[in-house]
Ligand binder design. Structure first.
Ligand code: MRU
Length: 340
């Protein structure tokens, strides 16, 4: 299984996903700042992976502290803030930092070096839990496919977006082992092509049949009756089930409803944010205009044209057939099933 991050020789080594699929390059992150930059620039991306990477980043920062015990709290707050400011939408980032805060508060009497060790253990535990969680999501999700199916997905909610196995692609992986996948349709996912570069690469590594389409082809393929289910990941799920995921997800959900195709969200419980009543409250990241003006460094428009570049959209809960978590598949009304 491809490794997205590795803790090795007192540093965090990350797979630089911006170089995929052409090059498989691992790069060391030697400071909190380098970890934060890796998250911001999408070298490391995908909600669960962002969370665990930030946890390792915080632990790394703590182990590197050389100041006095008195000044430690201020230092901790500043490195935590740097990591929290990287990407606003995926709640897994804040979930992971809060979990690390728990370790800090429990061990605040210890030396920063000892605390750093405890934090590394916690980050490592989160890493392993994530893989197990994804396998459970895979088990529950595969049961939803009652015949060999053609499944459409967007972005990359795979091993590359997690510590391994994936959420939406975890369901596809398990279902494939059960002979329930005829083919995956991968939407290319403009502007930065996580579908074309990452999902296609990941599925082809595992010899899972995949066909790439541009994002605007999805409706036609549904009209041709070539899609049996849509399965996507999530960056944040509000208390009523409204789900933020990669830009374009909402369009797919509307299309799926029109064509009577089940639309599933696959996500760990750490992606659920019950503090937000609805999707309207989910902060949507806006990214640089250059991502839309160009494709992998090549300009595709008039230089300086004005651009709108939201990285995510929110799918209304009424468009979602089920939310696949590690515990079970949640069904509408989500306000009720998420509370339980
Ligand atoms: O901008 P990205 O690549 O981090 O966006 C990723 C997604 O939208 C994924 O679908 C989501 O994080 C779930 S990953 C298991």
């Amino acid at each position: 299984m491809i490794k997205t991050i590795i803790w090795e020789n007192e540093q965090l080594v990350i797979l630089n996903q911006n170089k995929l699929p052409e090059e498989v390059i691992y790069e060391p992150c030697n400071s909190v700042h380098e970890v934060a930059e890796a998250i911001k620039t999408l070298k490391v991306r995908g909600a669960p992976l962002i969370g665990v990477t930030a946890a390792f980043g915080l632990a790394l920062g703590v182990t590197q502290y050389e100041g006095s015990f008195e000044n430690f709290h201020q230092y901790y707050t500043s490195i935590r803030e740097e990591l929290a400011a990287t990407r606003p939408t995926a709640v897994n980032l804040f979930w992971a930092l809060q979990r690390m805060d728990g370790v800090y508060h429990k061990n605040s009497h210890k030396s920063p070096a000892e605390l750093g060790r405890q934090m590394l253990d916690e980050a490592q535990a989160m890493y392993e839990e994530d893989i197990n969680t994804n396998k459970m999501i895979g088990e529950h999700g595969a049961q939803l496919l009652d015949k060999p199916s053609r499944v459409l997905t967007i972005c990359n909610a795979g091993a590359l977006a997690t510590c391994g196995y994936g959420t939406a692609l975890g369901v596809i992986r398990t279902a494939y082992k059960q002979n329930k996948i005829i083919q995956v349709w991968a939407c290319e996912t403009r502007p930065v092509l996580q579908g074309a570069r990452l999902t296609v690469w990941e599925l082809m590594q595992d010899k899972i049949p995949v066909k790439l389409i541009t994002d605007n082809m999805a409706g036609y393929i549904m009209q041709l009756d070539q899609v049996d289910a849509v399965i996507v990941g999530a960056d944040r799920i509000a208390a009523n089930g409204d789900t933020a995921n990669k830009i374009g997800t909402y369009t797919l959900a509307v299309l799926a409803k029109y064509h009577h195709i089940p639309f599933y969200v696959a996500a760990p419980q750490s992606t659920i944010d019950r503090s937000l009543a609805s999707g309207q409250d989910i902060p949507i990241e806006e990214r640089a205009a250059e991502e839309v003006r160009s494709i992998r460094g090549v300009s595709v428009t008039v230089k300086d044209v004005e651009v709108f570049n939201p990285a995510f959209d929110v799918t209304d809960n009424s468009l979602i057939t089920g939310i696949i978590t590690e515990k079970k598949v949640l069904r509408p009304p989500f306000e009720h099933s998420l509370r339980l």
